[in-house]
Write a protein that binds this ligand. Structure first.
Ligand code: C2E
Ligand code: MG
Ligand code: MG
Length: 611
């Protein structure tokens, strides 16, 4: 295309006039002057052409570089030119489409009214902008964001239309994904908690006379252990299969995943066979799952309820299902429990207790840390202490931690309560150190919820710093269930970091959980606390004797210290000593006592160490 140049520059006109005059002028000198003017006019004209050419090339290059597709049509809306991005997006080259009307690419998704509005706007305002669906050469449809501008000639008539567009199909797909993520569990493709709420509400609204809803909340027992044993990918596959099997079982019902290993099932029914229905779910799911060559038979804990008997509001039903599941869990694994109103009465009582505990924590005066000494088996020497929390209730007297710690955990009070204990213990250690009393580490029990909800590491280290207590005087007791709790994240690096600071780590109640020795080997820990349950019937119970001996032998192999807890008799002590156990804690040596009472013990120990 040869560029045009405008004739509205005076030098060009002057040159043209001089050209006409040059042939008419009589005098040679005048003719020469006219020719010089012609030359100047020509040079100016040439420069102008070059500038115009350059400008055009620049704008062509800019369009070539553009990621946006561009198309220019004439006044009759026939395609004149397109840029390379157009070809890239649509698949059409200019040769294939020159002269066509752009409506040839329409995906057929918009109706006539849409195009009428399009032309009306374009004619009225000279512009149109919006989303439009077109079709690529290879047939797939895509959305584009199109901006069209009408160009006018000198007389104000439309001469061209310039259209610029962006392919927004990827953006759209993301939007769709995001929308789906809001309602769908990405792992199983099942409805998520939010969606389940909506679906339940809708089912409740559409219940007809004589119909009811059966609802169940299913939790896979020990899923964390499966995840750790087989790996997260296999764990994910198991969850997906579990969801599929459940969905196949309750055709016409609703199956969703609430998160983790919790699934929910809802069915509309006219039968009054709730218990049978739950049993059939259990039976169907108890068939083994084949995952990576492993045949897994799962234990399930199920909480269930019925609507409208147990409530006709989706929020209330969710709550009741959860309290039924929680109650089933407290009964141990592989149990199911239907919601009973007494569960709620129990909940109310618990709420009253938790409020009192909250006040006790704010005041601090009803709570006290007791200390139970730990000893070396062969010579009885003091080697440490365990801090055990006590609540002196103004009416009920002494309440033991097993009664209120689970409540504190359930009601979000555990991080605060745990921090209170840590603060008390570290302050007490610093007092004893200031008094020159013998320094043995104090072991503090740490709940899973402190690791999940609170910033345990930061509060531990800042408390130690505040009281200038070296970290090796503090040990942490974590139960196996804490280590296996997926909500605490990957626990190993966290323990490793704490140990680097100098803190010691023990596994409490060892033997009651599900961790294998192989798993323990990978964990950065110092000590195992053999659970009291195994010690109780020693040495007469053969099974306990065998377990204790095996744990002691394995721990030796792993270079782990073992402390036996709950040692009450000399017989138990002798048995443990004979099996190579080195440390003990139990009523045989001392009961948990207030700090003041344990002090005399510390003085004795100091006297033996520094006579
Ligand atoms: P644990 O950590 O396994 O603590 C040992 C429990 O065994 C203590 O019960 C202790 O009093 C008891 N015990 C010790 N020696 C003997 C014995 O020879 N015979 C018998 N029968 N029992 C013995 P306690 O103080 O009632 O604590 C129960 C549980 O509460 C603890 O079990 C621990 O898991 C939890 N707990 C206590 N204090 C705290 C705390 O400050 N924070 C957290 N998160 N948990 C705590
Ligand atoms: Mg403990
Ligand atoms: Mg214990």
């Amino acid at each position: 295309m040869w560029p045009s140049f405008s004739l509205n520059r005076p030098l060009i006109w002057l040159g043209l006039a001089a050209l006409a005059a040059a042939s008419l002028l009589p005098l040679l000198t005048l003719r020469l002057v006219a020719l010089v003017i012609v030359a100047i006019g020509m040079i100016d004209g040439w420069r102008q052409i070059r500038l115009e050419h350059q400008r055009r090339r620049l704008s062509e290059q800019a369009l070539e570089l553009s990621q946006d597709g561009m198309m220019i049509t004439d006044a009759g809306n026939r395609i004149l030119t397109v840029n390379p991005a157009f070809t890239q997006i649509t698949g059409y080259t200019l040769d294939e489409i020159a002269g066509l009307d752009p409506s040839a690419f329409s995906a057929g998704r918009h109706d006539k009214a849409f195009y009428d509005r399009y032309w009306q706007t374009l004619q009225a305002t000279g512009r149109w902008e919006g989303e439009i669906w077109n079709q690529r050469k290879h047939g797939d449809q895509y959305p584009e964001w199109l901006r069209v501008q009408a160009c006018h000639d000198d007389k104000g008539r439309v001469s061209h239309y310039v259209g610029l567009f962006t392919d927004i199909s990827r953006h759209k797909a993301r939007e769709r994904d995001l929308r789906r993520i809001g309602f769908e569990d990405p792992l199983t493709g099942l409805p998520n908690r939010r969606r389940l709420h909506d679906l339940l509400a809708s089912r409740l609204r559409h219940l007809r006379a004589g119909e009811g809803l059966d609802l169940a909340l299913i939790d896979i027992d020990g899923f964390k252990a499966i995840n750790d044993g087989l790996g997260v990918d296999s764990g994910d596959r198991l969850l997906a299969r579990f969801g599929q099997r459940l969905a196949a079982q309750v055709a016409g019902g609703i199956v969703g995943r609430l998160g983790g290993d919790e699934f929910m099932v809802i069915r509309t029914t006219t039968f009054d066979d709730h218990e049978k229905w739950v049993a059939s779910l259990r039976q169907h799911l108890s068939e083994p799952f084949e995952i990576d060559g492993n045949s897994l038979r799962l234990g399930l804990t199920i909480g269930s309820c019925r609507a409208p008997e147990d409530g006709n509001d989706s929020g209330v039903l969710f709550q009741r299902l959860e309290s039924a599941l929680y109650s089933a869990k407290r009964h141990g694994r592989n149990h199911d429990r239907r919601f009973r109103p007494s569960l709620e009465v129990e909940n109310d009582r618990q709420l009253a207790v938790i409020n009192e505990l909250r006040q006790a924590l704010a005041q601090g005066s009803q709570l006290e840390v007791y200390y139970q000494t730990q000893h070396r088996l062969d010579d009885g020497e003091l080697i440490g202490m365990e801090a055990l929390l006590r609540w002196h209730h103004p009416e009920q007297g002494l309440i033991l931690p097993n009664e209120f710690i689970p409540l504190a955990e359930r009601h979000g009070l555990m991080p605060a309560l745990g921090n209170w204990v840590i603060g008390q213990v570290v302050a007490q250690i610093s007092i004893w150190r200031a008094q020159g009393l013998t320094a043995v580490p104090v072991w503090v029990n740490i709940s899973a919820l402190q690791l999940i909800q609170g910033d345990l590491e930061a509060s531990l280290l800042s408390t130690l710093r505040q009281y200038r207590v070296p970290a090796q005087f503090l040990g942490l007791e974590l139960t196996e269930s804490v280590l296996l709790d997926e909500r605490a994240g990957d626990i190993s690096p966290r323990l490793e970091a704490l140990r680097r600071e100098g803190l010691q780590i023990a596994i409490d109640d060892f033997g009651t959980g599900y961790s294998s020795m192989a798993y323990l080997k990978r964990l950065p820990i110092d000590k195992l606390k053999l659970d009291r349950e195994f010690i109780r019937a020693l040495p007469h119970d053969h099974a306990d004797a065998a377990i204790t001996s095996a744990v002691l032998a394995m721990a030796q192999g792993l270079h782990l210290d073992v402390i036996a807890e709950g040692v009450e008799t000399a017989e138990q002590r002798d048995f443990l000593l004979a099996r190579g156990c080195r440390h003990v804690q139990g009523y045989l040596y001392a009961r948990p006592q207030p700090a003041s009472a344990v002090e005399s013990r510390l003085r004795q120990a100091t006297a033996t160490v520094y006579p």
